[in-house]
Write a protein that binds this ligand. Structure first.
Ligand code: GLY
Length: 576
């Protein structure tokens, strides 16, 4: 009955899309062929009651289906995560980890940290050779790059605490998508083809769903029978299946095929953690975001507090003056990230000192408006492929959920667990593998983020909810490695300072500064005249393709929900 209902929903979706635009390919027998359509009409919508935005339109539709079935925002977010693990293998996952931020209908906040951990036999020098040099790619590709995954434990904890519908109902759509397959988009085909050789190399001797003889093309169907079986076992046996059952055994067997060090004990000992949300006021809003071991929330608080004295609104959206101010607070906050931030269960992070009003004022003392600062003169002040994915959900009762989850790089370590059909993360690269040695995102780190057994690697993921009068106002987040924090910052400023709609706030070109390298990274379509003015101020500019894939729900003044999925990917919004 359950499956029949889902099939009906997907069939309705297909028909709806057929009304929107003629299919590019047809296959009457499979209702999941929706991805043969152009989903641009599903990027933004304004609805009365509930909305879901994620990196894939089918996953967003799954979320809407769960909401309509009587599930709450937490149920929907869980179902979307499992669906993304199927339809967005580059970042959606059960082999990775992430963070959930939630505000309930009374405005009460909760978070769940399901970040990966270092295996128990990890050590600080595990990626260095005998001369102490960093071994190229060792923390990035292959079995040794994998941290103990947290996603399955995180979803089960979220469900136990706040879910309504049975967990099996929330995983059922993903099982169906994995079993029947779904039609891939052009960008997914490109992603799979681009990584073909690496998938073959990292999975020698295994047959994996992501590799076939001919190159992938838009319109092909990706079927994942092993993943479907794994999801069925999880739905039947619960999180224990992943951490102690057959799936755990398959993960450990996979580890032994390469140089992986995750053991049955590591999996059994993995625990997601409920943490207090980082909360603070910014002007008329109350920001609720993720605290350490994600640096995102603390950094957003530091940056908004440094910006608060300035009238950005008067300077104007994308004005060189406003960008000058935002870049200079980014420079200072990222310098502090390098030295001070790490897993709070292992290091004392001087959070109060970093947030002290006098400290933040002193950080901006040497800022000269209209002039580029110099990173070489800014030190940490106290005497710190981007395939992550974000989803935002708001239900009819006012429960809001922001979840950012990741494999780290695109398709993580490229290792697929043989017999289980899912990619494992390469999250170990988010540790500082050697003091002063930049990770894949150019982020530096020191002692605070060194590798230690069972420690969580510092993250930038910033799932965030802004409340007004205890009610959801903005639900937002994005992938983008080190650019996550600055993209979320800009998204909030775009709405709260510059009055942009969700669609504009998400889609307007973005910029980013992270202290080192000392450049402003801008998207390729950033306005040229603004870039020229910034160069006149003394900034070096680096063009950088795309920045982030932001998913935002904005509650308008009339109470309607404006849901915007980023134009930069295949993302989709759904709601009613
Ligand atoms: N793997 C990206 C992050 O956690 O920041």
């Amino acid at each position: 009955m359950k499956r029949l209902n889902l099939a009906v929903i997907l069939l309705v979706l297909t028909s709806f899309m057929a009304c929107q635009q003629a299919p590019k390919t047809t296959s009457d027998s499979n209702p999941l062929d929706t991805l043969a359509f152009d989903y641009s009409s599903m990027r933004t919508l304004t609805v009365d009651s509930a909305a879901v935005v994620s990196a894939h339109p089918l996953a967003s539709e799954v979320g809407k289906y769960i909401l309509k079935k009587g599930g709450n925002a937490i149920d929907a977010s869980i179902a979307v995560q499992y669906a993304l693990a199927v339809v967005y293998p580059g970042a959606g996952n059960i082999g990775g980890g992430g963070f959930m931020v939630l505000t309930d209908s009374t405005g009460q906040s909760h978070t769940i940290d399901f970040r990966e951990t270092a295996p128990s036999s990890a050590d600080r020098d595990m990626y260095l050779d005998q001369e102490g040099n960093v071994i190229e790619n060792a923390s990035w590709m292959g079995h040794l790059a994998v941290g103990v995954p947290g996603t399955v434990a995180g979803t089960y904890l979220a469900h136990e605490k706040y879910g309504k519908l049975p967990m099996a109902d929330l995983i059922a759509p993903a099982i169906q998508l994995a079993k029947k397959g779904f039609v891939i988009t052009e960008s997914e085909a490109k992603g799979l083809n681009h990584n073909h050789d690496s998938f073959v190399k990292q999975n020698k001797g295994s047959t994996i769903a992501f590799v076939k003889d001919q190159p992938w093309k838009k319109g092909d169907t990706l079927i994942q029978p092993e993943l479907a079986n794994t999801l069925e076992r999880i739905a039947k046996n619960g999180a224990e299946e992943f951490y102690q059952g057959q799936t755990a055994e398959l993960i450990v067997k996979e580890m032994q095929k390469g140089k992986g060090i995750i053991t049955m004990e590591d999996l059994k000992n993995y625990k997601p953690v409920e943490r207090k949300a980082r909360e603070f006021d910014y002007k008329t809003g109350h920001v609720v975001t993720m605290d350490l071991p994600s640096s995102g929330g603390l950094m957003i608080q530091m940056m908004l507090k440094m910006l608060e004295p300035y009238d950005l609104k008067a300077m104007g959206f994308h004005s060189p003056e406003a960008i000058n101010h935002v870049v200079e607070v980014e420079r200072r906050a990222y310098a502090d990230r390098t030295d001070y931030m790490g897993d709070p269960d292992f290091v004392d992070v001087p959070t109060q000192k970093l947030l002290d009003d006098d400290y933040l004022k002193s950080r901006m003392k040497d800022f000269v408006p209209g002039k580029a600062g110099e990173s070489s003169k800014i030190k940490p002040g106290l005497k710190e492929s981007e395939e992550t994915t974000h989803l935002s959900v708001l239900d009819k009762d006012g429960n809001a959920v922001a979840v950012t989850t990741t494999l780290n790089g695109g398709y993580g370590s490229h290792v697929v667990v043989e017999g289980a059909g899912f990619f494992l993360n390469n999250e170990m690269d988010d540790f500082s593998v050697k003091p002063g040695f930049p990770n894949a995102y150019g982020l530096l780190g020191t002692e605070a983020n060194k590798i230690e057994p069972n420690k969580r690697m510092l993250s930038s993921m910033t799932p965030t909810i802004v409340l007004k009068d205890k009610k959801p106002y903005i639900v937002v987040g994005t992938p983008g490695g080190s650019t996550i924090i600055t993209s979320v910052l800009q998204s909030i400023l775009n709405v709260m300072e510059f009055g942009l709609t969700a669609q504009e706030a998400v889609n307007k070109p973005k910029f980013h500064h992270q202290w080192q390298p000392d450049t402003i990274m801008v998207e390729d379509d950033f306005p040229k005249e603004v870039v020229e003015k910034l160069e006149e101020m003394g900034y070096k500019i680096e063009y950088r393709g795309k920045i982030g894939r932001t998913e935002m729900i904005l509650v308008q003044e009339d109470g309607k929900l404006n849901a915007a999925a980023d134009r930069r990917g295949d993302d989709g919004a759904a709601g009613y």
